[in-house]
Design a protein around this ligand. Structure first.
Ligand code: AMP
Length: 401
């Protein structure tokens, strides 16, 4: 049984065709720079040469068309007809309070996703474009929406409410939602396997450290708190996002520099984080690390602030769960940077946590990186959101029958 996984961004469409029984990735690829000059199509099929071509992609429908045509192409394709695709799983960023789990897409669901768009205008609109393009080309194939926010719907009220007038929650559902849920859920599942325990016995903290970054407290298999909020701006210092700040900073800078809210929000989302702290050096962690290794003052300050903020969240979630059994690192930075893992874990020795330096040096491999006698296990677990979306799609399909 094959599931096509679609992850649609505003100018890109990533896809994977996965055999859900063997969990083998049959094809993966991307349509990049959609509706921008220099569009590109990459299609990598198992045991075949990768196609990497420049083509005109005017919109997401064009992207879907080239993907489906190539999948069934006699020479480059991997299936004879689109009927071999049992279902399509779509990543959807914001499901609001309406969606606490994945759901089979119908007209009501599409309407509800549109309604949630208020909370994540750019993301949800792009996700809907992918759903509409698929619906048009494969009208009979069931589709499932898998939400980034769904895993966090188990957070208790005391974790998701902001300390502002309750009216705003009642009227507009202003609250913490959290994101990267598919990744946090996948990593927590894998952590339990690595620790040879049931998730229901474990208190875990998952650090998804990529260009966007968030930390989640997963208690007995459920998210009970997470660092991102109403939008992905809250929490950790990220590539270009500020993470937590005192909201008064906006009024203060706005007055000093005569800037409006829109411009200030743009500054917090696009010019801040590692990029802003390093004085415009880079938002890419690899650049920051190589500058740090040359003792570049700006990079040192950015990296130290990134590690400190992450460690602080781990500390607060240890308190939220009254203990922690395992801490997991995932995504581009978390999987690859032994340096940052070491800097973060240095704040946590009070837990009796002992990192194994040799294991911590290894990159991108799923493993426990603490010593045998460490009180808390630290793990590196490469995330796999696409596989999780395929699994969820399969599960919903079986439930729906
Ligand atoms: P993601 O958003 O998960 O794709 O992660 C992107 C981030 O991971 C970027 O900031 C990259 O610089 C960072 N990254 C990727 N590979 C490495 C590496 N080998 N060492 C440090 N950071 C890395």
């Amino acid at each position: 049984m094959k599931v096509l996984v679609i992850n649609c961004g505003s100018s890109s469409l990533k896809f994977q065709l996965i055999d859900v029984e063997t969990e083998e990735v049959i094809v993966k690829g991307i349509c990049d720079r959609i509706a921008i000059e220099g569009s590109r199509f990459v299609f990598s099929a198992l045991n075949k040469e990768t196609i990497d071509s420049k083509i005109v992609l005017k919109n997401h429908a064009d992207a879907m068309k080239i993907i489906l045509e190539t999948l069934t192409d006699e020479k480059n394709g991997v299936i004879k007809s689109l009927d071999e695709i049992t279902a399509v799983g779509h990543r959807v960023v914001h499901g609001g309070e309406r969606f606490a789990s994945s759901v089979i897409i119908n007209d009501d669901v599409i309407k509800a996703i549109e309604e949630c768009s208020d909370l994540a205008p750019l993301h949800n609109k792009a996700n809907l474009t992918g759903i509409q393009a698929c619906k048009k080309m494969m009208p009979e194939t069931p589709m499932v929406a898998v939400f980034d926010t769904a895993f966090h719907q188990t957070m208790p009220e005391e974790a998701y409410l902001y300390g502002i007038p309750y009216d705003y929650y009642e009227k507009y559902k202003v609250r913490k939602y959290g994101f990267h849920g598919t990744s946090h859920a996948y990593v927590a599942q894998r952590a339990a396997v690595l620790m040879d325990k049931d998730q229901k016995e474990l208190k875990l903290i998952v650090c998804h450290l990529g260009n966007g970054a968030s930390v989640t407290a997963v208690k007995y298999g459920k998210s009970i708190d997470t660092s991102m909020g109403l939008t992905p701006l809250e929490g950790l210092i990220m590539g270009t996002r500020s993470g937590d700040i005192d909201p008064s900073v906006l009024g203060y800078i706005g007055n000093k520099e005569n800037k409006g809210l829109e411009e200030l929000m743009k500054m917090l989302n696009h010019d801040s984080g590692l990029l802003g702290l390093s004085g415009g050096e880079s938002s890419d962690f690899r650049d920051i690390v190589s500058a740090y290794e040359k003792n570049d003052e700006r990079a040192v300050r950015a990296l130290k602030a990134f590690a400190y903020r992450t460690a602080k969240y781990i500390g607060s979630y240890t308190a939220a769960m009254n203990g922690v059994d395992g801490i997991c690192f995932t995504a581009g930075i978390g999987e690859n940077s032994g340096l940052v893992r070491d800097m973060i874990c240095n704040y946590l020795t009070y837990l009796g946590l002992k990192l194994d330096p040799d294991k911590n040096e290894k990159r991108g491999k799923e493993q426990i990186i603490t010593t045998q006698d460490s009180n808390v296990k630290v793990m590196v677990i490469p995330t796999n959101e696409e596989l999780m979306i395929a699994r969820e799609t399969y599960k919903e399909l079986k439930n729906g029958k």
